[in-house]
Design a binder for this molecule. Structure first.
Ligand code: 4NP
Length: 162
């Protein structure tokens, strides 16, 4: 099994978008692979725990064929570091928060999600769309769709080849 946790601040915009899109891509893989990759998301903050993804994030995702309606926000816990192989931060603040939480025993990969953009360039962060307009949510989708492809490619190469 390979397990992936996407983390942002509120777990209502960026990380549920990554969760839904990556899960969708995993489900399209042959069954033997699809059943061996588990996906989750969480927020470093607790303000939105229990809530659905932001209505704007859901609408933008729905427009591209992704259904985020089943997801509910939760906060990152110390146990996540013993449950997940990949813990992927949306921005540098999330990354610093996770780094400070990670126990010395953590054997997984803590990284920036956009490190998996095939052509990562200078774009390291998925910008927080919460206080902006609709275009911010579409920009999140553009970045997440591409990075999710890169991440899937990486996982297939490292865990399922040969
Ligand atoms: P997210 O977006 O981290 O992508 O889920 C945010 C959601 C809520 C808040 C900030 C960012 N907030 O300040 O409540």
């Amino acid at each position: 099994m390979v397990s992936v946790l996407f983390v942002c601040l509120g777990n209502i915009c960026r990380s549920p978008t990554a969760h839904g899109i990556f899960e969708h891509k995993v489900a399209q893989q042959p069954g033997a692979i699809a059943t061996q990759i588990t996906v989750d998301s969480a927020g470093t903050g607790d303000w939105h725990v229990g809530r659905q993804a932001d209505a704007r994030a859901q609408a933008a995702a729905q427009h591209r064929g992704y259904d985020l309606s089943a997801l509910r926000a939760r906060q990152v816990t110390p146990e996540d570091f013993s449950r997940f192989d990949y813990i992927l931060a949306m921005d540098l603040k999330n990354f610093a928060h996770l780094k400070a939480m990670a126990p010395a025993s953590f054997r997984g990969e803590l990284a920036m999600f956009l490190d998996y953009l095939p052509d990562s360039g200078l774009q390291r962060e998925v910008p927080d769309p919460y206080f902006g307009g609709e275009e911010g949510f579409n920009h999140v989708l553009d970045l997440v769709e591409t990075a999710a492809e890169g991440l899937l490619h990486h996982i297939l190469q490292h865990h399922f080849s040969g």
